[in-house]
Design a protein around this ligand. Structure first.
Ligand SMILES: O=C(O)CCC(=O)C(=O)O
Ligand SMILES: [Fe+2]
Length: 286
């Protein structure tokens, strides 16, 4: 640890020194200490808290082994086995490996797994092989996106439900605005890859409003874009964020990911005094 970091953490009583990486989303752990993050319960609790409050946590150059990767993820909850169809690390079934050389890309905005009733609460991604330039990943803060909607739009989406669909056995319905299970904060919960239609709105209104909400969620001022170096780790809260991996590079790009178990998410509802907050009973049309 640097002198500055030791001084700051001594002054605050914190084990991790944190530094924002953008205005609305993301925090970096300064000089992250792998041993501390794997073995010190206080530091691990601070890491979890940092994720809940800042949505994304950057750990530069941490370079965990696959075993350490899973232990790191366990600081945030229970690591889960990836779904069968996902590509795995050859020796570690808890770890997904996404290799551009075999055609993998994720270049549309999404929250992981919203086509399931229960989605992962968090993800821990490690850059294993990076291109010389490009291949950045961008995250957006969907709590900020909700906050920045007008009062009228908040009233319109109050009580609405959206169909998320990735195929015949991969469909779920979620509120358009969910309450974060840990912080209670409202989250604008629709995304470009999986959200198909707002079920309790007439289809013409859904097809006008949903694309607006999806576009609004990724406004650049809600985002953080990470330029990767091999060994970097980025953790994200998979309820309150969406992400987009840029497919703009030449050469190979390999990332490995561990997901952490989530729980059910409830709707966030406007207070009874809010204008137009009686929307829920309508439909369904879709
Ligand atoms: O490749 C990346 O940077 C992110 C990929 C992604 O969508 C994921 O790991 O869930
Ligand atoms: Fe993803």
């Amino acid at each position: 640890m640097s002198t500055t970091s030791t001084a700051t953490t001594a002054a605050t009583g914190q084990k991790l020194q944190l530094r924002p990486v953008s205005g609305r989303i993301g925090i970096e752990v300064v000089d992250p200490d792998l041993d501390l993050l794997l073995h010190d319960d206080t530091a691990r609790a601070e890491l979890h808290r940092a994720m809940l409050h800042h949505h994304v946590v950057v750990l530069r150059g941490l370079a965990p082994t696959p075993e350490q990767h899973v232990v790191l993820a366990a600081a945030l909850g229970e690591p889960i086995v990836p779904e069968d169809h996902l590509p795995k690390h050859p020796d570690h079934p808890m770890i997904c490996r996404f290799d551009s050389a075999v055609g993998y890309k994720a270049d549309r905005w999404h929250t992981d797994g919203t086509f399931r009733d229960v989605i992962p609460s968090a993800a821990v991604l490690v850059m294993r092989t990076g291109p010389d330039a490009g291949g950045d990943t961008t995250w957006t803060n969907c709590c900020a996106a909700y906050e920045e909607l007008s009062g009228g739009m908040k009233a319109l989406v109050d009580g609405r439900k959206c169909l998320h669909d990735q195929g015949p056995d991969a469909k779920a319905v979620h509120p358009v605005v969910v309450a974060h299970p840990d912080t209670g904060r409202p989250i604008l919960f629709v995304n470009d890859i999986f959200s198909r239609g707002i079920m309790n709105l007439p289809p013409d209104e859904s097809s006008a409003i949903l694309p607006f909400l999806i576009r609004h969620a990724s406004r650049p001022d809600f985002t953080y874009r990470h330029r990767w170096t091999e060994g970097d780790v980025v953790i994200w809260d998979n309820r309150s964020t969406q992400h987009y991996a840029l497919f703009d590079f030449e050469g190979q790009r390999v990332v490995e990911r561990v997901h952490v178990a989530g729980g059910p998410m409830e709707a966030y509802r406007l207070g009874d005094d809010a204008p137009g907050s009686n929307a829920a009973g309508e439909g369904p049309w879709a």
